[in-house]
Design a protein around this ligand. Structure first.
Ligand SMILES: NC(=O)c1ccc[n+]([C@@H]2O[C@H](COP(=O)([O-])OP(=O)(O)OC[C@H]3O[C@@H](n4cnc5c(N)ncnc54)[C@H](OP(=O)(O)O)[C@@H]3O)[C@@H](O)[C@H]2O)c1
Length: 618
């Protein structure tokens, strides 16, 4: 807090302090976007900038050319670079072709493509992550050529911290910027990340309809571009410039508290009126003007809002409401009917019994990405879309099962991820995962062995396993099954709960196990594949307690501040690189695209969800 006050005081005293050197060159990506133009204008007219390199995907339109001519009248030297930052090879070549120095870099390029998580495909993810996160990575690498660099500024969004419906990919991209900046600062390199609130009339937020704005976002006011630019310039001129900040304006009527309305429900009220009030409070609509024929999504509700409403209904009505009842879709009128049809039944049930005793402090909140996957899994029609399996065929007869079990036990002991189960959703805090003691997890996760006749039988069995939907609640992150055919060939199958574990983590575990089967020692170099995204392990470093504090305090803290400039000293640090073999690190998603098969020479073949064997990749 003291530091925040210091920064504010410095800003108030020097509103228009030049942040650029007169002999410096400043690069802006996404320069023709809404904020890019404001920023370029500001740097030239108030920041003392005399030389700009503007990176843009598209060639300037006539209107943009007129703006550029106007800029030049202020005596600035301009260079234009046309590069699609999503195309790493071509963009690298364009960047390398520019001989201008780089004293400051402002990375603004990015795009929105909001959609529910169920509609996200690889192309959408690539589009949204490519320019912003992939572009940041490219610029980070390119900046290494410029020893003169003083400012490396990444434009992020509060979407990375606040709930933001439909913005899974966008929030991921912005959160990735924070990881990159952390990494740069750990290497002693300049890095400033700013999580901006909405800018007034500028850029990508302009068209975001009110109904699409989350509860938190509605408490923010659009910020005047001049104020955004001045805050940035003052920050860059201050000694505290390298760090993670949020800059936003609060809506005049915004209350710091996000309390949901409380209503005294009559004993006969099945929740109908209360439901309307809760929806109104989440969406900003008037409770008596809700369209009964609109779907909850059309009313502007997102998954987090729905879970909050369910929690509130449960506590005010004193009864358990199945999560599927709210997530089943349909109109508001249909939801009212479903609620009215509920039997006056059981009081709120405790979550499913976990394999080991769990205290409240051990419940670790799901990350936004995990929450989205969990949410999808709750929908009645989701099937096992978020449960995945993968298999390895291991040729030869000398399979060492004892070594396999020992390696599996060691992996379980080393990785909290493999000891985690998803905890119930009935608590106010929403779903969470719980990490169990190694002994409890080892006892419950023994490797299952099954004989099979031949490869055809193994494939049929694997297909069955791929189709089955393991329970989210009572299963550990990964189950391991070894099918042994009569000719000695082994088929190692991992079926994983993807709320907890992503594909690269599965590959890592599978490789470790396959190596054990072939009597290879654990790899002593972490290697690219070992650097998997392990939510639980990175959160072990953070401490469950710290994560819970972060999750529950960031949003209220943001909304209680005046927002001119808030230093985000999150109550934890991320560490960047694994210390030893088997350690895990949080890996930005885009990096996984660069993961290469490791060079072990094993007769092992991978089998994917489709059930097809792919070519040898190990
Ligand atoms: N506007 C806000 O209220 C707000 C709030 C929080 C954070 N931010 C962040 O601030 C930054 C700028 O936002 P903005 O509102 O100015 O956005 P914008 O008006 O949509 O401009 C984005 C710019 O990025 C460029 N771009 C997109 N994909 C690219 C690619 N693959 N390669 C190179 N350039 C690419 C676009 O070029 P084309 O013209 O060729 O498409 C456009 O010039 C963004 O990173 C955004 O996340 C904005």
């Amino acid at each position: 807090l003291a530091q925040r006050r210091t920064v504010r005081a410095a800003l108030a005293a020097a509103p228009d302090q030049p942040c650029c050197r007169a002999d410096g060159t400043y690069w802006i990506s996404g320069a023709f976007g809404g904020i890019g133009r404001h920023l370029a204008d500001y740097l030239v007219q108030h920041g003392g900038c005399r030389s700009l390199v503007l990176i843009s995907r598209s060639a300037p339109t006539e209107e943009q050319q007129a703006w550029l001519r106007q800029l030049v009248t202020h005596g600035v030297a301009l260079q234009l670079l046309q590069a699609d930052l999503d195309d790493a090879a071509a963009a690298s070549a364009v960047l390398a072709s520019c001989s201008a120095p780089m004293h400051g870099l402002f990375h603004l390029a990015g795009s929105l493509d909001d959609r529910p998580i169920g509609d996200i495909d690889a192309a959408q993810l690539q589009r949204v992550l490519g320019a912003k996160l992939g572009g940041a990575w490219l610029l980070h690498r390119h900046a290494a050529r410029h020893a003169e660099l003083e400012h490396f500024v990444l434009f992020s969004s509060l979407a990375a911290l606040l709930e933001s419906p439909g913005q899974f990919s966008y929030a991921t991209a912005n959160a990735g910027l924070q990881l990159l900046a952390d990494q740069r600062r750990q290497q002693g390199l300049p890095a400033t990340v700013i999580d901006w609130g909405p800018w007034d009339g500028a850029g990508m937020m302009r068209s975001l309809a009110q109904g699409k704005r989350s509860r938190a976002l509605r408490q923010l006011a659009p910020m005047a571009p001049a104020r955004g630019c001045a805050t940035l310039a003052a920050l860059l001129a201050s000694p505290a410039r390298h760090g993670h900040y949020a800059v936003y304006a609060l809506a005049p009527a915004a209350a710091p508290s996000q309390a949901l309305p409380s209503a005294t429900a009559s004993p006969n009220d099945a929740g109908g009126d209360l439901l309307a009030q809760l929806i109104a409070s989440e969406t900003g609509h008037a409770a008596n003007a809700l369209d009964e024929q609109a779907t909850l999504e059309q009313l502007g509700l997102d998954s987090v809002g729905l879970i909050r409403i369910r929690s509130e209904l449960q506590s005010q009505l004193g009864r358990s409401i199945p999560v599927a009842l709210l997530l089943a879709g349909g109109t508001l009128a249909e939801l009212r009917q479903r609620l009215a049809g509920l039997q006056p039944a059981a009081p709120v049930q405790a979550a499913d019994a976990a394999p080991a005793a769990v205290t409240a402090a051990q419940r670790i909140p799901l990350s936004p990405g995990q929450f989205s996957l969990w949410y999808e899994q709750q929908r009645q029609d989701a099937g096992n879309a978020y449960q995945c399996a993968i298999g390895w065929r291991i040729d030869g007869t000398g399979l060492d099962i004892a070594a396999l079990q020992a390696r599996w036990d060691a992996l379980i002991a080393a990785h909290e991820l493999l000891r985690a189960t998803v905890d119930g959703d009935d608590q106010e805090t929403g779903p969470a995962y719980v990490v169990h003691a190694p002994a409890a997890a080892q006892a419950a996760s023994a490797i299952r062995q099954q004989p099979v006749q031949d490869e055809a039988a193994a494939l049929a069995q694997i297909a069955d396993m791929l189709a089955a939907a393991p329970s989210l609640h009572d299963s550990f992150a990964t189950r391991v099954t070894l099918l042994r055919a009569h000719d000695g060939t082994g088929y190692l199958v991992l079926s994983s709960n993807h709320v907890l574990m992503d594909a690269s983590a599965m590959f890592y575990v599978g490789q470790q196990l396959a190596a054990a089967l072939c009597s290879l020692p654990p790899s002593d170099s972490p290697g690219a594949v070992a650097q998997y995204r392990d939510f639980a392990a990175s959160q072990r470093q953070l401490g469950a307690d710290a994560v819970a504090r972060a999750a529950s305090h960031i949003a209220p803290q943001l909304l209680a501040q005046d927002g001119s400039l808030l230093r985000l000293d999150l109550p934890y640090e991320r560490t960047a690189s694994p210390a030893a073999a088997g350690d895990s690190v949080a890996m930005p998603i885009w990096m996984s695209a660069y993961m290469r098969p490791c060079s072990m020479r094993l007769p092992i073949t991978a089998c994917t969800r489709s059930g097809n064997w792919s070519s040898n990749w190990l």
